[in-house]
Design a protein. Structure first.
Length: 143
């Protein structure tokens, strides 16, 4: 197969991982596609079945060797953010009813937020971060 096919396949698989969050599987198939494409571009001539075999072998080997380690490292980085943001003061970007979702400005960035407190957060009111779940802040009124 042509080198550009493998580069395109690798790029599509990497983009799919980002878009659909495939639990960190497609990354290795995407990287394997890019490697096979670069080898084909460099002049390594393999038959079509050899290219597919190399693609599958690289992907499976990378999955077995690296996936658990990389995923653990990424999850550790997520957990480290929780204590850092907990207790920070944000500003409600709009009215957020108790139990509802809205936007909060924290450290100059807009965040999705869930009001876990009993009071309604009005636009511009100060709120305290009580937890982080993914990219969503859990907040309550400061007062």
């Amino acid at each position: 197969m042509a080198w550009w096919f493998w580069i395109a396949l690798g790029a599509v698989l990497l983009a799919a991982e980002v878009i659909i969050s495939a639990d960190f599987y497609l990354v290795f198939f995407g990287i394997s596609g890019l490697v096979v494409g670069v080898l084909a571009l460099a002049g390594v001539n393999l038959p079509q079945w050899g290219q597919w075999l190399l693609f599958a072998g690289l992907a499976v080997a990378a999955l077995v060797v690296y996936r658990r380690r990389w995923k653990r490292r990424l999850q550790t980085a997520d957990r480290e953010m929780l204590p850092e943001l907990e207790g920070e003061i944000g500003i409600a970007g709009g009215e957020i009813l108790p139990g509802a979702r809205g936007r909060v400005v924290l450290r100059g960035s807009d965040w999705d937020a869930c009001n876990d407190g009993p009071a309604t957060l009005t636009t511009g009111s100060r709120c305290v971060v009580t937890g982080v779940e993914g990219l969503t802040l859990h907040v309550r009124s400061e007062s």
